[in-house]
Each structure stands twice: as C-alpha cells, then as structure tokens.
Design a protein around this ligand. Structure first.
Ligand SMILES: NC(=O)C1=CN([C@@H]2O[C@H](COP(=O)(O)OP(=O)(O)OC[C@H]3O[C@@H](n4cnc5c(N)ncnc54)[C@H](OP(=O)(O)O)[C@@H]3O)[C@@H](O)[C@H]2O)C=CC1
Ligand SMILES: CC(C)(CO)C(=O)C(=O)O
Length: 316
C-alpha cells in the first residue's frame, strides 16, 4: 500500500516542446514543483527568463522562474515523470527513467504512438509505466516560448489491464492536481480504449494530411480527403476490435465532430515534423498499423497504400 502524501507531487517533464511545455507550464503556473528537462538554447532561455506559453484563449501564461535542467544534471526522484518527447527519442526517455525513477514514481508517456507505455515498461522492470495521451495543439515558438493556439487540452492516462495498481492513489491525486492547473485530466480505467480513440483521430488526420498535403479545412468538406479520413478511422477501429478493445463511442462520428470544430489551417505534429524536414513519427503512426494489421489479420488497405507511398518518399 502506497502511504505517501499526494498533495505536493514532484514533477519532472522530459521534453519541453509542444506537449511538455504545456503540461509542465500549466502545472508550474499553478504552483506545483516542476523540473523541466530540456537542452540547448531553449534550456538556456528558460533558465534565464522562465517559460512563456502564448495562447489565444487566455493570453500569455508567463512563468518567470522555472526549474530547468539538462536531463544529465537531474538527480532527484520525481513522483511523476511525464515523457513528452517524440517516438524517435524514446530510448533517451527510457534511459532517463531507469536512472531517476523510483518505486513510487509514475512514469507517464503521452506520445501519439499507441502502445508506447508497454514498450517502455518492457525495458523498465520494477518501475511503473502507465499509458497516456493528450489532445492539444502546441509547438515550441522560440527559445523559452511555447505556442498553444487552440484551447483544447485533455490528458488521459491509466494502468493497462493486468498492471500493478499499487500507485493508483497517486494517479488519482494527480488527476485533481492537473485539473486544479486547468488541464482536463482523466485517470481512466480503460487507457487502451482511450489512447486508441485518440490515435484513431491523429493517425488518420496525419496520414491523410501528408498523403494529400492538406490541412484541417480540407477534411471538413465532402470529398476524397474526408472519405480517406473516414476509411482510415474504420481500419483503426477494426484493428482495435481484433485486439479486444471495446470502444464507448462511434469513432467516425466522434472524430468527424472534432475535426469539424477545428480552425482552418491546422496540421498534426507529424505533418509539421515532415514539413520541417526532420525525422517524424510516420513509422509509429502509419507503418505500425500495417504491421498490426498483419499480426491481427485485419485488412488495412488505406494504411497500406499510404505507408507504401510514405516509404517511397523517405518518410519511414
Ligand atoms: N505538439 C502537439 O500538438 C501534439 C503532440 N503530440 C504527441 O506528443 C509527443 C511529443 O510531441 P511534441 O511535444 O510535439 O514534440 P516536440 O518535438 O515539440 O518536443 C519534444 C522536445 O523534446 C526535446 N528532447 C528530445 N530529446 C531530448 C533530450 N535528450 N534532452 C532534452 N530534451 C530532449 C526536444 O528538444 P530539441 O528541440 O532540442 O530536439 C523537443 O523540445 C509526440 O508523440 C507527438 O505526436 C500529441 C498531441 C499534440
Ligand atoms: C490530434 C492532434 C492533431 C491535436 O491533439 C495531435 O495529436 C497532434 O497534433 O499530434
């Protein structure tokens, strides 16, 4: 039984880009003990003048003094380690968790790639890795700056089936702390369902967005882009069913509702990474569905088409 006092949790945020900047920034702004683990000019700027989040819905959130360190210089044991790097940086997050996490640390990856928690847990025996996901639009502006142009901010996290729930009380307390910091947090009983539900939006939007080279408004009108988006959602849904996941809502209707409420010009973080010419999460967000389709004998023709196209264009 975990008997710790959960009112003052110590947070470490690994990766202070769009997601880590927002999660950590909101938590720090609400007075929580947050250490940002970053690097380069971004780290130097945070150490000098703190972190600013530019938002449209509540103006600038300025946290003039933050605890910011290079990950190698962090020697504490956090209560909660949020993993907010891209999938291609996951190994560094695993190495960090192995070094700093203790038996009472909740490790929560919020990556878009479904199944990241299980991948980490396999390499972090004896530690507690949950799964998580986040709905947010955010990216790094300049050094020390995060841009969050849309109000949406929801974080789901929870234990996978069969996982040791010894730290459940801490996970529950975390939900309250995050909500008090204006993050719509959900400590869910079915993180597989909720993470795949999120995935059923971001992966089809990213895959079709890349393939057709379009942004949100193209999905909002009848035509090939919207039809492809719908088809990809159905493939994820079929795969989920084959994996034993029961959804609590109609994924197509839910995802279309979300999409139709978006401002024009929005893209996924994967599209932005591809546009900037750097590495992307294509392997985790697109190719992986093809592999899972083969494993679970679920036909995924649209994913297969876009995966083949992406590989031919050097995306995987
Ligand atoms: N951005 C968004 O709106 C959303 C993103 N997601 C998902 O969240 C996950 C994280 O994405 P996002 O926050 O956008 O990613 P970003 O690229 O914006 O941020 C990741 C940050 O991690 C930093 N980083 C990587 N390795 C290290 C290291 N060794 N030491 C210190 N810092 C490091 C990067 O630094 P550097 O710049 O120096 O490389 C970067 O600042 C992804 O899976 C993404 O798909 C989900 C929902 C929305
Ligand atoms: C769904 C979306 C587009 C915003 O939460 C996202 O997850 C991303 O940009 O990666």
């Amino acid at each position: 039984m975990d008997m710790t006092n959960h009112t003052n949790l110590k947070f470490a945020i690994f990766g202070v880009g769009g997601t880590g900047g927002v999660i950590g920034g909101y938590l720090a702004n609400a007075g929580n003990d947050v250490t940002f683990l970053a690097r380069g000019a971004h780290l130097a700027a945070m150490q000098e003048k703190g972190l600013t989040i530019h938002t449209n819905h509540r103006g600038d959130i300025c946290i003039p003094k933050v605890k910011a360190l290079n990950a190698a210089d962090y020697h504490e044991t956090p209560d909660v380690l949020f993993v907010c790097v891209k999938y291609y940086s996951l190994e560094t997050a695993i190495a960090l968790a192995r070094r700093v996490a203790g038996p009472d640390t909740l490790i929560i990856p919020i990556l878009n790639v479904f199944g990241t928690g299980a991948v980490m847990q396999e390499k972090l025996a004896g530690l507690t890795v949950l799964d998580g996901c986040i709905y947010v639009f955010a990216k790094r502006g300049g050094p020390g700056i995060i841009e969050q142009p849309q109000e949406i901010l929801r974080v789901f996290y929870g234990f996978r089936p069969g996982e040791d729930r010894r730290l459940a009380a801490k996970a529950e307390a975390l939900e309250k702390i995050m909500r008090a910091a204006d993050i719509h947090a959900h400590f869910t009983d079915d993180i597989q369902r909720d993470a795949l539900t999120k995935f059923s939006f971001v992966s089809p939007m990213g895959a079709a967005g890349l393939y057709f080279d379009v942004t949100s408004e193209a999905f909002q009108v009848p035509g090939e882009v919207r039809e492809t988006f719908i088809g990809l959602i159905k493939e994820v849904e079929a795969l989920g069913h084959a994996m034993g996941i029961t959804f609590d809502r109609d994924l197509v209707a839910t995802d279309l509702r979300l999409m139709d409420a978006f401002a024009p010009g929005l893209t996924t973080s994967m599209q932005r990474d591809v546009a900037s010419g750097g590495p992307s999460e294509f392997a985790g967000l697109v190719s992986r569905i093809v592999t899972l389709g083969q494993k679970y004998h679920v036909p995924v023709p649209l994913y297969t088409k876009i995966d083949t196209w992406g590989k031919a264009h050097g995306l995987a």
